[in-house]
Design a protein around this ligand. Structure first.
Ligand SMILES: Cc1ncc(C[n+]2csc(CCOP(=O)(O)OP(=O)(O)O)c2C)c(N)n1
Length: 355
């Protein structure tokens, strides 16, 4: 079972995992980490300035988990995220422009302006299922998708993510049990950020780790360090491979939620020293950047270029969202039903007013 490792040990020991990806892939992973971090920081700033409507559920500090698991999926595999997993969705390849349009309720958003930022998904295109509020509903739904892949003989995998708190719900246990009995091609990810809203792990479960629970359902379970994106990726890659061969498994990736549950929550219940330790010593983005530099996979110019790229992409996304129209009233019944396997009814592009 993995335990947290110091920065020094991380730099020394990650070499084997480094070798499992090409330098281009490693740089791509760094780009994804930086994109997710930058997106999170800028969106929070806009929210605090009153320029972003709705709520925000920051995943800052958990990018190692999100990028690590989603990077192991193929494009035709499917991802079933929950409210804090936008970074996993972006890693899987959701279009940043459309994500931004979604946040501002515009017609080019994934729900065509019907929702703010809480239920983003692109099932038809990117194979990321739209987030459902009830926790952990993504789990049983992923079970259904995996059953469909198996029955159709499609070599595809479903991956579902939920938080530590959601594992206390009966549906989480039912989903794991059904997946094991029917040998479904599914990967169960628990993003253990140590808090379910204000409830700490020790008040959520009495076992030493969530990964241990896998044994009760007859599947492998592994606990990984969410600060180490390569360790997360390696566990996810193995689990995806196992799933493609017909067997489910469970990954618990441990990090800390650096921000409150949502934008309104100052998270005063999180001990200051714990937060400081994670921000200073267990930052998954900084760690990976240092690792790649130490192994000459990237230099300062390369890092600067990635940073400039994510800044540019964010700015473009912001402009795209602001220039996308709001939906019109007559669109309200369009695209509600699926016919012949596809959404029907394209939204009207005229008539929406902009603020
Ligand atoms: C069945 C259900 N009960 C309660 C809620 C309200 N709720 C939303 S998020 C949340 C905390 C979830 O904690 P966790 O699963 O650890 O995920 P995190 O927010 O930490 O990422 C709760 C209780 C819900 N959405 N669904």
């Amino acid at each position: 079972m993995a335990t947290e490792v110091s920065k020094e040990r991380y730099l020394a020991e990650a070499v084997e995992e480094l070798a499992s990806l090409t330098p281009d892939h490693l740089r791509e992973v760094l780009y994804k980490l930086k994109l997710c971090r930058y997106f999170d920081e800028r969106m929070e700033a806009l929210y605090r300035q009153g320029r972003l409507p709705g709520a925000i559920y920051s995943g800052r500090g958990q990018e190692g988990t999100h990028v690590g698991v989603a990077y192991a999926l193929r494009s035709d595999d499917s991802l079933f995220p929950t409210h804090r997993d936008l970074s996993a969705q972006l890693t899987k390849g959701l279009d940043l422009n459309r994500v931004m349009a979604q946040f501002w309720g515009r017609i080019d958003g994934y729900t065509r302006g019907r929702d703010g930022n809480s239920h983003i998904g692109d099932w038809k295109g990117n194979r990321t299922f739209a987030v459902i509020s009830h926790l952990p509903i993504a789990y049983p739904v992923a079970c259904g998708a995996a059953l469909a892949y198996k029955r159709r003989g499609e070599p595809r995998v479903a991956m579902a993510i939920c938080g530590d708190g959601a594992t206390s719900n009966g549906r989480w246990h039912e989903a794991l049990n059904v997946s094991a009995i029917h040998r479904l091609p599914v990967v169960w990810v628990v993003n253990n950020n140590q808090y379910a809203y204000s409830t700490p792990n020790e008040l959520e479960f009495a076992v030493p780790s969530i990964a241990l629970r896998a044994a009760a359902y007859g599947m492998p379970g592994v606990r990984v360090d969410g600060a180490n994106v390569l360790e997360v990726y390696a566990a996810a890659r193995d689990a995806v491979e196992r799933a493609r061969g017909g067997d489910p498994s469970l990954i618990e990736s441990v990090s800390l939620r650096w921000r409150g549950h949502a934008g309104h929550d100052p998270a005063k219940y999180v001990p200051r020293e714990l937060l400081e330790d994670h921000v200073q010593n267990k930052d998954p983005v900084k760690r990976f950047e240092e690792l790649l530099k130490a192994h000459d996979v990237i230099d300062d110019d390369g890092i600067k270029a990635i940073q400039e790229r994510v800044g540019r992409e964010f700015d473009q996304g912001y402009e795209y969202a602001q220039s996308s129209p709001f939906p019109v009233g007559s669109d309200v019944t369009k695209g509600l039903f699926v016919e012949d396997g596809y959404w029907t009814g394209e939204p009207s592009r005229e008539g929406g007013t902009q603020s």
